[in-house]
Design a protein around this ligand. Structure first.
Ligand code: APR
Ligand code: ZN
Length: 362
């Protein structure tokens, strides 16, 4: 047992508090990680607001990177001193999904980590957001939730690969498999959406149209590869997409906000036979309503994308290699750094739209 400081959400809409918690030793297949950095993602905010229900109290943070401090007896893939990116879908390796090559859909690893009870306070369990809990000085995660990276990669940039970058780039490359020359629209140019934009640029898409309400985000979208930007608050975004694509609509549109209204806009802005990919997480109680006749008559498809459909063991090294080659922007995403005890300000900055990504550094 060790005592660690962690950012805890105790109840829906409660202020986030930094508290001392007890952290247990890693079990045979687990790893103790000293956090270097944790990104502040909108999904953390969804948990605070109750839009994404999870058992509380819980340690926030699911976009982390750090250094391995201790390993359980059966751990083989990482060793003490390794630098690692944390994955929020640890996988079991033996269920139907893992064996069919879809580790990101494994439920067993996630269920197991939800029951891991690594943090406690006065004898009662405190959960870990998405089984990670990276807004803490240390955390304990399953071995399959740790992906080793080279030690010279800055942890405050690398942590973003643990959620926003993988989710965004992976949605383009793995889920939608965008082809060179395809037209793409991205609704929501935040911490995840900017990575959909840069993923589309990597894939050779053209045009790449970013839609947001915030001019600052639209400026960032241009820097990340958007060829056109549309302020969704200033006019009809669907009409703007049609105008930029010969009246057809885009080949592939991505919704990266989690708004049923915007999912509808993304669907309407997609061409006949095109694909709408939903990355944003809508509130758990929200329903999405679409003109049903367009599904068959315009042969449109609507698909979800979880964690960029990633195989983390394969894709984290790929993204880090692209970063090293100067082809993937990570440093540029980090617009503000916060200490752990500034976590309240970090969420305020996210809510105000002041940051591409805020990162808590330890
Ligand atoms: N139309 C266009 N843009 C919008 C709208 C809207 N109606 N509402 C919000 N936005 C923009 C915001 O201005 C912001 O730039 O969406 C962006 C959201 O970005 P972030 O707050 O940084 O959120 P992010 O961390 O990127 O997460 C986005 O993806 O993984 C999910 O749970 C996550 O649902 C969340 C979504
Ligand atoms: Zn996230």
């Amino acid at each position: 047992m060790r005592t660690v400081r962690a950012a805890v959400v105790n109840a829906v809409r409660d202020a986030v508090r930094v508290e001392p918690l007890s952290l247990r030793e890693p079990r045979a297949d687990e790893v103790l990680v000293r956090l270097g950095a944790s990104g502040v993602c909108h999904s953390d905010l969804h948990v605070i607001t109750g839009d994404l229900p999870m058992p509380l109290p819980a340690v926030l943070g699911h976009e982390g990177a750090g250094v391995v401090e201790e390993v359980g007896a059966a751990v083989r893939r990482v060793k003490v001193g390794d630098h690692v990116v944390l994955s929020w879908v640890p996988y079991c390796g033996s269920c139907w999904y893992c064996e069919s090559g879809h580790t990101h859909l494994c439920e067993m690893g996630y269920v197991k980590s939800l029951a891991a009870e690594v943090f406690t306070r006065d004898g009662g369990a405190v959960g870990q957001l998405a089984g990670v809990g990276s807004m803490a000085e240390f955390t304990v995660v399953p071995e399959s939730g740790c992906i080793p990276i080279d030690a010279d990669i800055p942890l405050d940039s690398a942590c973003l690969v643990g959620c926003g970058v993988m989710t965004g780039v992976g949605a383009v490359i793995n889920t939608a498999r965008v082809e060179p020359g395809q037209s793409v629209a991205v609704f929501g140019a935040g911490g995840v959406g900017l990575n959909v934009v840069q993923g589309a640029a990597l894939a050779g898409a053209h045009p790449i149209i970013a839609v947001d309400l915030n001019e600052r985000k639209l400026g960032l979208a241009r820097a990340f590869g958007a060829t056109h930007v549309v302020n969704g608050g200033a006019g009809d975004a669907v009409a703007a997409l049609q105008e930029l694509t010969g009246g057809r609509g885009v080949d592939v549109s991505f919704e990266v906000i989690g708004s049923p209204d915007v999912i509808l806009q993304a669907f309407l802005g997609t061409r006949r036979g095109g694909k709408t990919v939903v990355v944003g997480v809508a509130p758990a109680t929200a329903m999405v309503s679409l003109p049903g006749f367009l599904l068959p008559l315009a042969e449109k498809s609507l698909v979800g994308s979880l964690y960029g459909s990633a195989d983390m063991a394969r894709d984290v090294p790929r993204l880090i290699a692209l970063y090293r080659a100067g082809k993937l922007k990570l440093d540029e995403l980090v617009t503000r750094r916060f200490a752990l005890n500034e976590v309240g300000e970090a969420f305020a900055a996210l809510q105000a739209g002041d940051v591409a990504r805020g990162v808590i550094t330890f």
